[in-house]
Write a protein that binds this ligand. Structure first.
Ligand SMILES: Cc1ncc(COP(=O)(O)O)c(C=O)c1O
Length: 360
């Protein structure tokens, strides 16, 4: 399995001998509005704090997160990015047989394989718009002790509605299965927190929700993600095994500020929703480009033109994510982030130009 990710601006800059700053990166899905002002202010005040170790219990940070997510502080387990939280979680659950969507974020597979789990892929069908068919899913889930769902899903942008998630939770509860739901992109969905399953962690203690600060709060470089769970065995294991100070002081301070930044949160949601709709409409008008509706801050598309779309865009200083290394997809599929309106227009114009050139 190839675990390549989007967002590798350094490699693109090295390969093409260009400046990182000159690259427009549509291959990683990051809030186009940039940093939160309140978060940034705390970052600027944080330098002195580097002289001390961070609080190993992260009380202030976990308190801020517990207010934000309306859960208990004791239900929050921090990691150095959601990726770190995923690896820690899988290593602890050590499922015998895990059911993972395909296509989906590729790191569940790696984390589960390292944890010694056998994996089955639940293939989402293009003919069904890559939506999760609940009946087929629950049938397949019967023979697995751990279910992993990315919601909204990366790269397809599809959201499993809360009503379906409730049925999956009920099913997992009835059969005592671990249920891992990665909500790294949940903040961007139109319906927002009403779609999140965080409110269910108190109802089912084998439910584990993953969240990340990276995407919505625009800080892939800071590294903060976490698991939300009411499982006391997991809590005990986390505090016993997790290496101390796994989150740096800057990440802590930025996050505390950003979570309080109601204006930034509001503006981001509205900006991304509108920009996503414009980008989707603009892409829909281009021959050979078939975008899928999305609930994330990215659009998944099929490209049926001549090859090398990604390379041709790269020559113009634009990175997009090819989805070749996702199970169930091939070189026809791409994912593009929703960025600023101006950047999105540049992407659309460049794609049109490339397609026109290859047709001539
Ligand atoms: C669905 C999903 N979950 C988790 C992650 C990891 O996020 P983080 O930057 O917090 O490690 C990613 C990163 O791309 C992702 O797409």
């Amino acid at each position: 399995m190839d675990y390549t990710h989007g967002g590798n601006v350094y490699k693109a800059a090295r390969t093409r001998a260009i400046d990182v700053a000159s690259i427009v990166d549509f291959s990683a899905n990051i809030n186009p509005l940039g940093l939160s002002d309140k978060g940034n202010q705390r970052l600027k005040d944080a330098w002195q704090g580097l002289l001390n170790y961070p609080d190993p219990e992260y009380v202030a940070l976990r308190e801020a997160l517990s207010v934000f997510h309306k859960c208990r502080m004791s239900q929050i387990f921090l990691g150095n990015g959601a990726i770190d939280a995923i690896f820690f979680l899988m290593e602890n659950l050590k499922p015998k047989r895990a059911l993972v969507l395909a296509p989906t974020f590729v790191e569940y597979e790696r984390a589960l394989t390292i944890a010694g789990s056998a994996l089955t892929f639940f293939y989402l069908k293009e003919s069904e718009g890559f939506r999760l068919d609940l009946t087929r899913y629950l049938k397949e889930a019967e023979t697995h002790d751990c279910l992993v769902i990315c919601n909204p899903n990366n790269p397809t942008g599809q959201l499993v509605p809360k009503s379906d998630m409730m049925q999956i939770i009920e099913f997992a509860k009835r059969h005592g299965k671990d249920l891992v739901i990665d909500e790294a992109f949940m903040d961007f969905t139109d319906m927002d927190e009403s779609q999140s399953c965080i409110d269910q962690i108190k109802a089912y203690d084998q439910l584990y929700i993953l969240r990340s600060i990276t995407k919505f709060f625009a800080v892939p470089g800071l590294r903060l993600g976490y698991v939300l769970s009411g499982n006391s065995t997991f809590a005990e294991s986390y505090w016993r095994k997790k290496a101390p100070w796994c989150v740096n002081y800057f990440a802590q301070e930025y996050t505390i500020g950003a979570l309080e930044d109601a204006a930034y949160i509001h503006d981001t949601k509205h900006y991304v929703m509108e920009a996503r709709e414009h980008l989707y409409q603009a892409l829909s008008t281009i021959d050979h480009i078939h975008p899928h509706p999305s609930m994330g801050n990215y659009i998944f598309l099929k490209y049926t033109g001549t090859p090398a779309l990604k390379e041709s865009l790269e020559e113009r200083g634009i990175l997009i994510r090819d989805c070749n290394n996702y199970h169930g997809l091939d070189e026809q599929y791409y994912r593009v982030a929703v960025k600023t309106q101006a950047q999105n227009e540049r992407l659309v114009a460049s794609i049109k130009e490339i397609i026109d050139e290859t047709v001539d």
